[in-house]
Each structure stands twice: as structure tokens, then as C-alpha cells.
Ligand binder design. Sequence first.
Ligand SMILES: *Cc1c(COP(=O)(O)O)cnc(C)c1O
Length: 362
Amino acid sequence: MSPTPATPGSAPTPAGDRDWVHAAVRVVEADANRSADTHLRVFDLPDDWGVRLYLKDESTHPTGSLKHRLARSLFLFGLSNGDIGPGTTLVEASSGSTAVSEAYFARLLGLEFVAVVPAATSSAKLDLIRRQGGRLHLVEDPGHVYAAAEELGAQPGWFYLDQFAMASTVTDWRGNNNIACSIFEQLALEPHPEPEWIVVGAGTGGTSATIGRYCRYAQHATKLAVADPEGSAFAPAWRTGSRDVTARGSRIEGIGRPRVEPSFVPSVIDEVVTVPDDESVAAMRVLFERTGIRAGASTGTNLCVALRLVHRMRDEGCAGSVVTLVCDDGNRYLDTYWSDDWLAARGFDLDAGRRAVEPLFP
Ligand SMILES: *Cc1c(COP(=O)(O)O)cnc(C)c1O
């Protein structure tokens, strides 16, 4: 079933559109109903370490990243609020995974989706958005994408999805098969079903907020670590307790922000660890060499922190489990993090990264 065709440009009239909204919610839920849960994969460690490491593989969503969850939640929230109706044109400031996933859901509903992106964005990334049916609105100054998206979204019949403001609000943190709930269910039959640590990155901050809140709500002792790249405002904000921090911004796509985003909730995070970019990329490469999992660079950032926590637990004789995420599919980055030339041209030192991270791997 698909909602009646959209009439782009017309303003939603909430009361009369209830049938459309119900059909649209069903279309979004049907996507989840067709999809299996993402795997919780075992990353093999020597038995005598006494520690188990698991990778929650978010690259297997229909749109290839953990942003599939966020896009679904943003759409359900917008539909349930009466902000998204037949004919609504959706807009987002994103050149990355969020735009890809949102374009996918917009197309399921027969709605227009516009991604506001910096004009310098690589054509490979823009192709991914176009392939899902998204339109592109190019902005010369990368600093202006948010204002431009907000301005477009303020037009009659338009709606700004606003991932950075809304991520931690739209996600159902108490359960409803959110990522935290799913991790704990999948660990139920493991030797250490309550992990000592869960390690994630922060882009919007939504994933860390959901996991941290859920652990308290479900009364788990599990601690939450955020793996943060160089140049991110999140680590200094967490350390100083100030949300006014700004930073130069990150080179690891999907994580690390120049400002503290509204969805970042520092109070539920037990440790924030800054990971050098060389190490993030090296860990991404070594993960592939050891397991065949081809991930993006933010997965490498996660792995650097997860493995250091594994070693800490091992050294302290603390048996238990650690969980981290495979955030997205590395095939998106064949021309970037997977290209030695691209890395060298941008000053990455892969050999230095390898020297730092290879000893962490078993
Ligand atoms: C968005 C994103 C993250 C971080 O998730 P948030 O919930 O936004 O904090 C990590 N890795 C990748 C590849 C992402 O796209």
C-alpha cells in the first residue's frame, strides 16, 4: 500500500489528511517489518583474555547505515505530529548518510526530498542521494547549509527534518526496538549478557543519548563511552561541562562536530576518548584485513576505543563483554578512506596509525 500521490507545494491540512497519514505510517512501519534486525557479530578474541567483543552491524540496513534508524524516527515523528502530510516537501542539511536514508523514506511516501549540501561535496556522495530520488540544493559556503535548509523549510508546504536538533527527541529511548534494546536482546544468551561498555561515536549525538538513557531506564550497569575524532567539540564539551565550545570540525565522516549539537547529551556518557584520525583509518583497514568487514572510518574510531577498553579489562582481570557499532558500509568511501592516494594527499599517516592500532588487535 502506498499513500495517495503527493501534490508538491500544497500545505498540509492536518484534519483532512488523517487517512493519508495513517497510510504513510503504515508504509514506514512496513519497511521495518520487511527488514531483519541488524546482526550482533562476534569479533574473535583469545579465550584467555576473558573478554568478548561484539560489533552491532548497522551497515546492513536497507540504506547502508545507522541513519536508517534516525530517518525512520524523524519521519514517524513528523507524520504523527501532523508536520508531514501529502504534498509536503522535505528538506535536510546533509551531504551524507542522513540524506541518503531520508531520500529513501521520502520516496516510499511519494514525497519530494531536498538535500542542502555544500557545493564542494564529492560527486560520488551526491550520486548516492540522487539514486534514492533526492534533489540537491547546492550552497557555496559550507557554513550556510543550516540556514539555507531552515529557510527552505519555512516555506509553505515544506518541512525541515533538522537531524541535529531532533535526533535525541524523535528516538524512542525507552525501547520499541531502538538500537539499545536490540543490543541487550541479542546479548541475552551470551556469557556476559550485560556489557561492561558500549562504545559509539557522536554525530548528532542521538545514538549515544538513546543508549545512555536506555541503560538507566532498564537499570543496566553498562557504561557508555563515546569515541570522538580530532577536531570535535564533543570531547571538550564533555570534559568542561560547557555547551559553548567550538572546534575546527572533524575529518571522520559522520562523527565529531564543530559545535555541540542539541542532541548531544553529555550527562549519560561515562567516558569520551579522542582518537587520532590516523588511528581511525588504520583500524578501519585492519578490521577488513582480519574479518572481511568493509566499514567506514567512524567504525575504525569506535574500534580503537573498544579495543583499548578490552585491554584495560584484560589487564585488570575483569571478565565481561564490550559492544561497539559498525556504523556504515565502507563501499561508500572507496575513493576516500579506502584510497591510499586520497589519504596521503590529505596528510593522513596510515603507517603511523597502523603502528598504534595493530598491537591492539589479537
Ligand atoms: C551519524 C553517524 C554516526 C553517529 O551517530 P549519531 O547518532 O548521529 O551520533 C556515526 N557514524 C556514521 C557513519 C554516521 O553517519
